[in-house]
Design a protein around this ligand. Structure first.
Ligand code: 3PG
Ligand code: MG
Length: 351
């Protein structure tokens, strides 16, 4: 894998630096529910401040805002506040959600120039967004001298181990969560790399309806069915193909937990991305908990967990220190596993 040039080699004294971080964190009623991604961004920001930067201007997207109400829901304010608590320094500023401007996702050079305005260099530390060719991750790297941040570098190093020829086998890949469309395409290319592919969450529903993959995946055999989408809904365990009319499958069932965790226990390499159900609600968290625990307990294996929700679950459940690498990237990690160079990384000159 090509190494992008590092911020460690940049002369930042007196410079104004634009930093793209991935501060796309899970929110709960307007608060930061899990600040892992914010904390993971601190070392680079600290390095720049210690190096004497005159200004460190941080930008990120948050969620996928579409409507006018979303401009309130996905305002950067709670994130900005949390970042200021963790790193109080007047030289640090946090811009508003980059996706509030429609030019962001179009990778528009004019928007990139606006973001860069008044800055001397650009540091991309947003590994979690490096699979997006957006103005703040890609176009801007052609406007200012671009460098890789410390988190981005470390992610490439750790996830790179999963791509090595002599990766330990069996290699078990577990995928769940939302963003099904994003992940399906990626999974298509991963079938050959992993020996066992376990699928839960929304993705399993989709694959059960229609499986466009040309390799075998292990789908749930049972589920926790809920009478409606509510924390206190009526629930029952049903076979995976026998969801009562009008009911929703909100978690994998006990037999699926047993099968999935048995595969994880035998693995020499594990990559897990995406929860198995609506883990934010305790009654639908058992599937995700079982996966988190099985990954944590397999101490012999090289274990990597990726994605904001999976890391949130792992942290809540107390297992985050027991995996080899908790990646801040979900989709980005999956795309890297395909062996692709990510656009946000490709745009940074080589070391
Ligand atoms: C993520 O959480 O996966 C990243 O922040 C990217 O978000 P996106 O899938 O909305 O581009
Ligand atoms: Mg993702």
């Amino acid at each position: 894998m090509r190494s992008p040039r590092s911020v460690r080699g940049a002369d930042v004294a007196g410079k104004r630096v634009l930093v793209r971080a991935d501060l796309n964190v899970p929110l709960d009623e307007g608060r930061v529910a899990d600040d892992t991604r914010i904390r993971a961004s601190l070392p680079t920001l600290q390095l720049l401040l210690d190096g004497g930067s005159a200004e460190v201007r941080v930008c990120s997207h948050l969620g996928r805002p579409k409507t006018d109400e979303d401009r309130v829901k996905y305002s950067m304010s709670p994130v900005r506040e949390r970042l200021r608590e963790l790193l109080p320094d007047d030289r640090l500023t946090v811009l508003e959600n980059t996706r509030f401007d429609p030019r962001e996702t179009k990778n528009d050079p004019a928007y990139a120039r606006e973001l860069a305005d008044g800055c001397d260099l650009y540091v991309n530390d947003a590994f979690g967004s490096a699979h997006r060719a957006h103005a703040s991750t890609e176009a801007v790297a052609h406007v200012l001298p671009a460098y890789a941040g410390l988190l981005l570098e470390r992610e490439l190093e750790m996830l790179g181990k999963l791509l090595e020829e002599d990766v330990g086998r069996p290699f078990v890949l577990i995928s769940g969560g939302a963003k099904v469309e994003d992940k399906l395409g990626v999974l298509r290319n991963l079938g050959t790399r992993a020996d066992v592919v376990l699928i839960g969450g929304k993705m399993a529903e989709q694959l059960r309806k229609e499986n466009p993959l040309d390799f075998d995946v292990v789908l749930p055999v049972d589920q926790i069915a809920a009478s409606d989408f509510a924390e206190d809904a009526e629930t029952k365990v049903t076979p995976y193909d026998a969801l009562p009319d009008g009911w929703l499958g909100l978690d994998i069932g006990p037999e699926t937990r047993r099968r999935f965790t048995a595969d994880i226990a035998r693995a020499a390499t594990v990559f897990w991305n995406g929860p198995m159900g609506v883990f934010e609600w305790p009654r639908f968290a058992e599937g995700t908990r079982a996966i988190a625990e099985a990954v944590a307990r397999n101490e012999e294996a090289f274990t990597v967990v990726g994605g904001a929700d999976s890391i949130y679950a792992l942290t809540e459940m107390g297992f985050v220190d027991r995996v080899d690498w908790a990646s801040t990237g979900g989709g980005a990690a999956l795309e890297l596993l395909e062996g692709k160079e990510l656009p946000g990384v490709a745009a940074i000159p080589s070391a």
